[in-house]
Design a protein around this ligand. Structure first.
Ligand SMILES: Cc1cc2nc3c(=O)[nH]c(=O)nc-3n(C[C@H](O)[C@H](O)[C@H](O)COP(=O)(O)OP(=O)(O)OC[C@H]3O[C@@H](n4cnc5c(N)ncnc54)[C@H](O)[C@@H]3O)c2cc1C
Length: 902
């Protein structure tokens, strides 16, 4: 009878959020759609006319992807209703499991009792559990279950014993391996995390209604009290259950839904919110399955409030199940409070992701549940618990660093270390304080169980405090290591920015533990590897001119900067010709401005150009044509240009290898094939706590620098960071062409004379001319850095060549043109970088360098290192004000909309 039958024609109300799952075409969703639409139902008739046992699953069950869902005992009006509920709940479980990648498939066991459960005797229950054990044993690891309505942890203990005696294996997941852990409390902590995320990070000062004060609702209410909610109303069908300390019992209030709350937290029966009950609340977020009586009721509510579907908010128990199943040993040893906290943080982060995705898409959160499902190919959430717990221990260790920090403050290096330690300590104490009055700190932090779950003899923080003491006696903070799971500063991205920041930080703090994480197996995967490496001082702001010169000073003295006589990159001087369409007066003014910065430059007219370059470069503007193909008058005035001396280029790949070597020599830990999946937050999202790798491992750090180039926004999104200006990955195309010797002496040329918009530059060493764009028309294709066309488009190539052959009339036409495309990160608001600490304390932004970041990188490294440490050395520094390019500045006024000459 456990043979699964495909469900046909069963009208099921889909779980909140799954309608979109069926419609959307996203990759993750498509996977889930197939499983959802293949709902299955098995039936077993119970002896003694007790009723029927249903097993509903959203997909075929297997030992590698077993089903998981609680055992519900309920009396239904008829069989059809029972089946309907079984399948609906199975689908709901599927949504939870896929949202968090618990490693389980969605399923549910329903006992459709012939008579109401309160009429059942003890023997009836035992009979049912024997039947369930037989079914589970037959399924042989394809299905796991736990408590649900009218089944208790004692029932599960009994079921577990039966399974073990039947087949020698246990198919019950109800925290059997850790008796102090209560699944209901885990669910409550998850719900609480979701509420925190929905209310902007904290419940302090908020008004909430908790509907239903059973095992979940009562714990949620307690957490709300502990975390400073201003007003907590509670309600239950058994009114005395809603008499909770610090809460106002509104069980007798007839229109409880209309009292006006920041959030209503349903922890009771399905179908609570009908179309008639017009909710006056900012949000609905809770534990109840299917809290709305119909899709229409949900639509009405979602028009005026934020609804977080229960597939996201009510997943605490399945998260703990996943830990129990996939990390058995860690589960058995963990203090329950640690498991609850894990649940709370996991659900909070997921809820933030959901709300962010909804905000970006401009739709209700229930419409994007499918989009935030964890990929199946990552570790199940339960396997990630161990790394998380380790990270928490590190954090506990960090809390003890404050004293050591005071000693370290005396030295330059120490100030940085002390700041890092303070941040570490601060993050930790906040975390502990958030745990509430009962969990003040230290030894008691993880030993006090929730009221409904008696604490058992298990590891407490006092044992880890002993570890801290040991650690402190053997290490000083400045001796760099907390552990391989933590660092003083983590830099995401080993592009030219990330490596320069690491190098510059290290210059002022030789003992700090600096880790650079790079997703690619080798250097040069992002923009830096494709850079032309050209360097110039011609900028329209004094600050950016200064900044560029500070960067160039390092490149021009590369061996000295890196303190490496074997550094190989060499600066090749070419000079630069700026023919950007400005008149003689403007160009004269630029020559004077450059002179102020000791950069020699000349203003050239057409004769001067001919004299200087022997007629190779034409002074004729590129002709302009109208839509009919007729040439039109441009009235550009006489030709004028600026020739800047002293600029030139370096090979970007060689620079990257050189600086990597210097970093590694100095003890910076540069790790390749390490993709950061997200930013880890502490202090309700106010402060960075480290980074989470794609595989779930966590690297804790009080300072994280996002130098991930075109991936910048993807990473920021994981921390909910928005800046005042927006940089987007922009596709940029470059061509190469063979040139004869006489063209190798050309300068770098930026050509904006007429409707051109290209640059070109010789690479004399291999007789190549590199050409690309200085005009917006070539630079407007925003791309996903993980999926874009990396070749040179034929029409762009032709456009480039038209401009090129016009400017260089004698350039031979023959020879192959090769090209590629890569990415700039272009600040859409003002074409300037954003460099500085974000609103998430300790998280630095470093992005938006368009087509000229390479030259700036040593100066960027100096700026970021100064911002973090407030230390300035006597060499290789920039004097640009620290907030000039701050991430929350007003857009800097833009003179010309080009990504090149700013
Ligand atoms: C074709 C082209 C020509 C250019 N020409 C010039 C020029 O002549 N002069 C000039 O000054 N500038 C030039 N630039 C611009 C310059 O190259 C860039 O401004 C600069 O390289 C940006 O460096 P970055 O370190 O910020 O980014 P990137 O070099 O893109 O580095 C970011 C790194 O982060 C890694 N990463 C991303 N996400 C993650 C993650 N989640 N986990 C781990 N690692 C991650 C990426 O793999 C990448 O290696 C040019 C750029 C291009 C594309």
């Amino acid at each position: 009878e456990v043979e699964m039958a495909q469900v046909v024609g069963l009208a099921v109300q889909p779980p909140s959020g799954s309608a979109m799952l069926l419609r959307t075409s996203s990759r993750v969703a498509r996977r889930s759609v197939s499983s959802i639409s293949e709902g299955r139902l098995a039936r077993r008739t119970l002896p003694n006319n007790l009723g029927h046992l249903y097993l509903a699953s959203a997909a075929p069950l297997s030992a590698s992807m077993p089903g998981n869902g609680g055992l519900r005992l309920w009396h239904y009006e008829n069989d059809h209703k029972a089946q309907r509920e079984a399948v609906g709940l199975g689908l709901g479980m599927a949504l939870k499991h896929s949202t968090y990648n618990t490693g389980f498939a969605g399923a549910k066991l329903i006992c459709a009792a012939a008579s109401p459960p309160h009429t059942w005797g003890e023997d009836d229950k035992k009979e049912l559990l024997r039947e369930v054990a037989a079914m589970l044993t037959t399924l042989d690891g394809k299905m796991y279950t736990g408590c649900d309505m009218n089944t208790t942890t004692e029932d599960m203990d009994y079921l577990s014993e039966l399974c073990l005696s039947h087949g020698g294996r246990d198919y019950v997941l109800a925290a059997i391996g850790n008796k102090a852990c209560c699944p209901n409390t885990a669910t409550a902590y998850g719900v609480f995390g979701a509420v925190e995320a929905t209310l902007g990070g904290s419940v302090a000062g908020k008004r909430l209604l908790v509907h239903g004060c059973g095992g979940v609702g009562s714990v949620v209410a307690r957490l709300l009290v502990e975390h400073g909610a201003a007003h907590i109303a509670t309600l239950d069908t058994l009114p005395e259950r809603a008499d909770l300390a610090g809460c106002a019992n509104v069980s007798h209030e007839p229109e409880w839904w209309a009292a006006g709350y920041d959030a209503i937290v349903p922890c009771s029966a399905s179908g609570l919110f009908t179309e008639e009950r017009v909710l006056r609340a900012g949000a609905v977020v809770g534990a109840t399955n299917l809290p709305f009586s119909s899709r229409a009721a949900q639509d009405v509510a979602e028009a005026s409030l934020t609804f977080v579907p229960e597939g996201v908010s009510s997943a605490g128990a399945v998260i703990v199940d996943s830990v129990e199943h996939y990390s058995r040993k860690q589960f058995a040893e963990a203090p329950p409070e640690m498991l609850y906290e894990f649940t709370r943080e996991t659900v909070r982060a997921k809820t933030l992701e959901l709300l962010d995705a909804a905000r970006r898409a401009g739709v209700a959160p229930s419409a994007v549940v499918a989009d935030i499902a964890e990929p199946r190919d990552t570790d199940p959430i339960g396997r990630r618990f161990e790394a998380w717990a380790k990270y928490k221990q590190d954090e506990e260790q960090a809390r003890t660093m404050a004293a050591a920090a005071a000693e370290a403050r005396a030295s330059i290096i120490g100030r940085y270390a002390a700041k890092a330690m303070d941040i570490h300590a601060n993050a930790l104490s906040n975390l502990v304080l958030q745990g509430g009055g009962a969990r003040v700190a230290g030894a008691r932090a993880y030993s006090s169980g929730a009221p409904r779950c008696a604490p058992a003899g298990r590891r407490t923080m006092s044992s880890s405090a002993a570890g801290v003491a040991r650690w402190r006696s053997t290490q000083s903070f400045a001796s760099s290591a907390v552990s391989e799971h933590s660092a003083d500063a983590v830099i995401v991205g080993a592009g030219i920015m990330g490596l320069n920041i690491a190098y510059q930080l290290r210059r002022r703090d030789p003992n700090a533990k600096i880790v650079v994480l790079e997703q690619a197996p080798v250097l040069g995967f992002g923009s830096s590897g494709y850079s032309t490496g050209f360097q110039r001082a011609y900028y329209s702001f004094d600050e950016t001119m200064r900044f560029a010169l500070d960067g160039m000073a390092a490149y021009k003295n590369w061996k000295d900067y890196l303190q490496d006589p074997a550094a190989e990159a060499k600066f090749t001087e070419t000079g630069a010709l700026w023919m950007l369409g400005y008149d003689g007066r403007t160009n004269e003014a630029m020559v004077k401005r450059l002179a102020k910065f000791n950069v020699h430059a000349d203003s050239l007219d057409a004769d001067g150009l001919r004299e200087m370059f022997g007629g190779l470069i034409s002074s004729e503007p590129l002709p302009k044509y109208n839509a009919e193909g007729d040439e039109v008058e441009q009235n550009l005035g006489p030709f004028s240009a600026v020739y800047e001396h002293g600029c030139g280029h370096l090979d970007s790949s060689t620079c990257l290898s050189d600086i990597l070597r210097a970093c590694q020599r100095d003890g910076i830990d540069v790790r390749f094939k390490q993709k950061v999946g997200g930013i880890e937050l502490a202090d309700c999202g106010e402060r960075v706590a480290g980074v989470r790798m794609e595989d779930g491992r966590v690297l804790s750090s009080p300072v994280v620098i996002n130098a991930s180039g075109p991936w910048f926004n993807k990473l920021n999104a994981t921390a909910g960071v928005d800046l005042s200006t927006t940089a987007l990955p922009t596709r940029i195309q470059v061509g190469h062409k063979w040139i004869p010797e006489e063209f190798c002496k050309l300068p770098f040329v930026a050509d904006g004379w007429g409707p051109s918009g290209i640059y070109f530059m010789p690479r004399a060493a291999n007789n190549q001319l590199v050409f690309g764009s200085v005009d917006h028309r070539f630079e407007s294709e925003i791309v996903d850095p993980d999926v874009y066309n990396t070749s040179l488009d034929p029409d762009v190539k032709q456009d480039y060549l038209n401009c090129l052959f016009h400017r260089l009339p004698t350039l031979p036409r023959e020879g192959e043109i090769v090209g590629f495309s890569s990415m700039y990160t272009v600040n859409q608001d003002d074409v300037h970088p954003m460099i500085g600490e974000t609103r998430v304390g300790g998280l630095w932004a470093c992005n938006g360098f368009s087509g000229h970041g390479f030259k700036l990188a040593p100066a960027v490294g100096s700026l970021v290192a100064q911002q973090i440490t407030q230390v300035k050395t006597d060499r290789w520094e920039t004097d640009v004000p620290q907030d000039f390019m701050g991430p929350y500045r007003q857009p800097l006024n833009l003179k010309v909309k080009t990504h090149f000459a700013q």
